[in-house]
Design a protein around this ligand. Sequence first.
Ligand code: HEC
Length: 466
Amino acid sequence: MAHSHKHDTPVETGPSSKLISLVAQFDDPHSLVAACDRAREAGYKKMDAYSPFPVHGIDDAIGIRRTRLPFFVLAVGLGACAFALLLQYYVNATDESPIFPGYKFFISGKPLFSLPANIPVTFEIIVLSSAFATFFGMWYLNGLPRFANPLHRLPMFRRVTNDKFFLVLEAEDEKFSESRSRQQLEEWGAKAIEECHEDLTDQKIPNGFRLAGIVFLFALLLPPALIYRVSGMTYRQPRLHVVPDMDWQDRYNTQTRGPNIGTPESPRYLFADGRAMQRPVSGTIARGDLTESDEYFRGYKTGTLPVSEGAGPSAQDQDGQDQDGMATGTTPEPEWVDGFPEEVVVNTDFLKRGKQRFEIYCVACHGYDGNGEGLVNQRAVALAAAGEAAWTAAKSLHDPAVKAQPIGRIFDTISNGRATMGPYKDQIPVKDRWAITAYVRALQATGIRTPQELAEANSATPEAGQ
Ligand code: HEC
């Protein structure tokens, strides 16, 4: 306030100003509290106390009631709740309305209106309006906004931030009468009393503000007017198109006939076949997509793929499905590689990688030791035993039949699946599949026994248990 008022001259009392309060100055907090007590007892309601620091007990002394803000916010929140629910009911579940027709929104046969589905919007609207109610309610209850507080014009009042204490009786109070209130204040120990006037000539809002306000009010009418205008129209284009991207650019849509660049009578297309999108030239391979080496990519020796009409081995089929249930051996198979292809270098890191991938992709069924007793298998076997599921137990990788398989065949099992086991070539890159193969071989080399072998060993020579 120090720089906002250059003139220290008291405001002159005339028809252009109005008495709004009497300001009494006290020297210490005790006399202020005592005076406040007296004022409250005398029946004053509209008064306020000002001090350089918080004074204990002052709230009770001037009889400040708890704020009404919470009730206000509660009322607004309840209103918002009702509004949000009605709004959603209206826009989603009705279509009879003369002005803005709603729309019956059928989604997968769900009810048009159901409370749980409408909670999020309701919640958000309640939170938003309550926040606004709190914020603006606080302003309103504090009498804000106002350009300035007339109290700040009293030179005496300046010391309120320093060493003086003030009691202000407002002229609006029923008990207020200028002479009697002044007398009472003196009785209650006021050291100085001044009148506070509001300068009525200052009340005018500057013309610029007025104009801006009027323009703003009219602008507020625009959105509803626009909404009303378009509510009955059909558009092919989005109503708002902030980032146009390539949307309006000349282009051909994929999977369509290319646009006619001739005449309707004699159509002519960019490409002879009329397709907008051309298929890849046959026989071409995209960079990095060449999977030439049969050994590395498919696990068999080149040129050993049996040529049978229709069903070849799964390695050649795009979908490994038509292999189903066929006992191995009856299907003609290529000659599987029995060593790792030259692209693969088997070392400790490679085995570690294989172990890690094995634990991600295989352990669920085959178990950590590869004996086919992973959690999924245990559960499925239990369900199958109860007649609740059909399940072929995951094979033990230590089964002699599996152990005897060439490396390429294990690679093929991982890639394309085998019998009831699904294929993993889409999830696991070639190199990792070889790493897993290497790890399976390492597991097999550990000499872990299959459950059957264990059972047999245990029954034959009890002391030879693993
Ligand atoms: C969802 C369970 C499941 C997962 C995961 C799984 N398998 Fe299998 N696997 C099976 C089942 C079941 C069989 C037995 C298939 C049959 O005989 O019908 C099997 C069989 C096998 C066989 C023997 C195939 C043959 O020649 O009979 C090998 C080898 C094998 N799996 C390796 C793996 C490897 C390596 C992984 C990890 C990449 C893996 N499996 C992941 C369920 C699974």
